[in-house]
Write a protein that binds this ligand. Structure first.
Ligand code: EPU
Length: 334
């Protein structure tokens, strides 16, 4: 097998719109092509999905690979559920729209999240009370260590808050398909603030929930096509209940939620806003003025500008609260 590599400009293939050129770019569109490629390339390779959770450097010398798999099919169904197989390159929100059109319940709260289906398990995407792990049955991926395709069960994916085996063992698994289990009977998750009012509606429809989620997201989160960004740039920190109580005494309006036994999750957006950084502009990069957890490219920013702004925010948060913020997107070095 010989696969030709292309030099490819990735500036419009990452939602932060950072200038980036891949010196060797490959599209792999079958399981055979994936396994042949990785037999021939045991070296470090960057696997790129929809580019919505990466901070790219100006040049990438190592091979960059994109899996092309547009599969979207129901592979099993019973009265209550349907099992759906989805290819890695399907656009996430197109999958959600398809599920809503077909009256399959479960994905609607995850409407409008940018990126591809193959990238979704990497950071266990989540929004408005739902995480991918709640719906995922298994992930089909090429394991570069064992050099075979494997079907990883939900449990083996080791999902956590914005975390998974794919993030922890970065570069080991090349995701080609995701299998989801969706409900055929109405069941909604409406605990999140702005969705609560929907729980009083008679005959609530899937499309009403999707439209509401789209409305909430659009009001706070910048559309990457208009203002380039990677969604939340930092994770919400999880700290001990006792540390949280001490902080709450110093900052009575601190926003926090219970996060399992003895732990509390802080709203990093609040920490950043309360530190006076909401809307802060540093050169070509900024802290979004409607949601402080999002860093944006104001036009012309490079990876270095985003790194500088992120470090500035992290230092301020550490100084003020003693909390270390953890970045959500993956910083790609070459
Ligand atoms: N807040 C502020 N100022 C801000 C932003 C937030 O004070 O600028 C406070 C508010 O009190 C608000 C609370 O933080 O009530 C929570 O804010 P929001 O509901 O917007 O959610 P978030 O915690 O900032 C998380 C996810 C989002 C997801 C929303 C909704 C993370 C890192 N982010 O954000 O996910 O859409 O909840 O479920 O967990 C993403 O991961 O890219 C992402 C956008």
């Amino acid at each position: 097998m010989s696969l030709e590599s292309l030099r490819k400009d990735l500036s419009s293939s990452n939602t932060m719109a950072l200038p980036c050129v891949a010196e060797q770019f490959f599209e792999l569109s079958s399981e055979q092509a994936i396994s042949d490629f990785f037999y021939a390339h045991p070296e470090d390779v960057l696997i790129l999905g929809g580019g919505s959770n990466v901070v790219l450097p100006p040049v990438i010398q190592r091979p960059v690979v994109q899996v092309v798999n547009h599969t979207l099919e129901c592979i099993a169904r019973d009265l209550d559920h349907v099992v759906v197989k989805v290819g890695a390159s399907v656009v996430w929100d197109e999958l959600v729209a398809w599920a809503v059109e077909n009256s399959y319940y479960g994905l609607e709260n995850l409407s409008l999240i940018p990126g591809s289906v193959g990238a979704a398990p990497v950071q266990n995407i989540g929004a408005y009370g739902v995480e991918l792990k709640d719906l995922l049955k298994s992930v089909r991926a090429f394991d570069r260590v064992q050099r075979v395709f494997v079907d990883l069960s939900n449990e083996r994916c080791c999902f956590g808050y914005r975390d998974s085996i794919f993030k922890r063992e970065c570069g080991r698994y090349v995701i080609s398909e995701v299998v989801l289990r969706l409900a055929r009977k109405a069941q909604f998750v409406l605990e999140y603030g702005e969705l609560k009012t929907l729980s009083h509606e008679a005959n609530l429809s899937l499309s009403k929930v999707r439209d509401t989620v789209i409305g909430v997201r659009s009001a706070k989160l910048p559309d990457p096509k208009v203002i380039p960004n990677t969604g939340s740039f930092f994770k919400n920190p999880v700290i001990s209940r006792s540390t949280c109580e001490v902080l709450k005494q110093r900052f009575p309006s601190l926003v926090c939620y219970p996060a399992g036994e003895g732990s509390m999750k802080l709203a990093a957006g609040w920490l950043i806003e309360n530190a006076g950084l909401k809307g802060y502009v540093q050169g070509n990069a900024s802290v979004h003025d409607k949601q402080a957890l999002v860093l944006t490219n104001q036009g012309g920013a490079q990876q270095q500008d985003i790194i500088r702004l992120a470090s500035y925010v992290e230092d301020k948060i550490k100084d003020l609260y003693g909390i270390e913020l953890e970045q959500e997107p993956i910083l790609i070095r070459d």
